[in-house]
Design a protein around this ligand. Sequence first.
Ligand code: F6R
Length: 611
Amino acid sequence: MCGIVGYTGYRDAFPVVVKGLKRLEYRGYDSAGIALHNQSLQVYKKMGKVADLEEHVVGKNIAGRTGIGHTRWATHGEPSDRNAHPHLSASGKLAMIHNGIIENYNQLKQELLQKGYQFISDTDTEVLLNFIDEIKENNHCSLEEAVRIALKRVTGAYVILLIEQDNPDTILAARKGSPLVIGVGKGEHFLGSDASPMLEYTKEVVYVNDYELAIIRPDELILKNLGNEVLTPYVQKLDIELAAIEKGGFDHFMLKEIFEQPQTIYDCLRGRLDAQKNKITLSGIEQYAKEICSANRIIMVACGTSWHAGLTAEYIFEECCRINVEVEYASEFRYRNPVIHPGDVIIAISQSGETADTLVAIENAKAKGAIILGVVNVVGSSIARISHAGAYTHAGPEIGVASTKAFTAQLAVLSMMALKIAQLRGTMPAERISYLLSELEEIPGKVQQILNDIAPIQSIAEKYAAARDFLYLGRGYNFPVALEGALKLKEISYIHAEGYPAAEMKHGPIALVDDQLPVVFVATRDSYHEKVISNMQEIKARKGKVIAVVSEGDETAISLSESAMIVPVCDEMLAPLLTVIPLQLLAYYIGVARGCDVDKPRNLAKSVTVE
Ligand code: F6R
């Protein structure tokens, strides 16, 4: 949550920082602001999106070669100009931006109030900034020293960037728990919450670790730990192209990302799956094969859409690997003092690799001796780095706040993991594995087939865009897809939607059904099909509007549906990779029909780095 950008070098900082902020708006868009060093510190900030900030500075002096910028997802204090970052210290000599939460800010605030400090905003950031300022003024020390002292008192998570009146070309950065990337250029340096703000300038980056502090000048990058020891920055080469983070002719990132799925699933399988040779190459699993094969259980830990991928994987792993699987909301798991035995295997699923709850959950489990396998999209992210091993999903940058291509890539990786473990444990007949591998190889083509004919989905969206509520039902492998369909709809169209196992409907939700309620069935041909058909009859008998995702050629299901979305036939275990696609499109087109900002739904942020 919150995006941070910094620049120091020979270019004008404003356009570089603003362009970077636009790329990070997926992390929050309650307000935006920038501080520039232009003889003195200049701060411009505005409630709303980065475009509002651009309008706000028209006619103002925005010169300066060093600058820091912020796009906010509000935690402490409502979205407003006053609470927008950057904040200026009481002395006027420091400007700071912050991503994260300072948990003991109130205690620090009380100390500062007693010393006569006054606060303009309601933010924890302004407290930390003045805490640093006070240490610096009182101890007559450098900013670097003051930050080091201050951070030893701080609990919580942060990335902070500071610029200083008396140091025109220097940015000071520190991190604990929130992401920070430094781009290394020639005579210039860039900072960002991820690498997107620096992509067109440099491919050389340094991922800053927790408890590290960086002093950045145009020609110099000094990395230290909080104990003031100088560290050698590990410079890595990025392999993302600029085109990957642009809309490429689509109206929204979400639509672009939905349409990318044939390619992203293919990329995820490429080099790992060889159906002809009956071979899956997943080095992370191979490395821990002994431990995984002897584990008594696997625990999937994730949040939101990634949790839905975990729930789908529970069905797949139990079927393939005959091993007990538990699926946990990271936010519950981490606070519950869960029973973890050395040797338990935890699979952490995360697109961003920065979700705070998932990160802390696996840190705790790791400390208790569990083996952590990461299924992560963002290369070099915190969850990827803390995991013992794992497999990247290789879906490329996902910018639309509602997750789409990351979900199908997670399912593809988790399916391969399950089949690999089944091979290792000998828990599934070789012919069945071989069949599933060739089915998996065909998934990208089948997803493309769905995307080639979206007109029926668009007209269903138009027909039901005014509905107040939606119910999503599915069974077995398709039950988590029903949950995911409901989540997609509510987050981008603000329509109330609930997902249920279809059979549970009779235990309560059926009371909601009337002639106004659209009920979306995920009803492909599988072992539960007859039961789901009965559930459709039950809804129809109560005059509910049946919309269904059905298998090609399934005339029974089609005739029971007021509106049908057809997907190609595939093995039931892999069906979620197909059935989720029409639901993503349905949510997208309903959101658009209702005039919603589908890439930036209200109150949400892409990377949830607060607990
Ligand atoms: C929903 C969505 C969220 C994320 C969740 C976890 O569309 O995007 O529910 O899935 O915040 O995020 P990651 O996967 O980054 O850990």
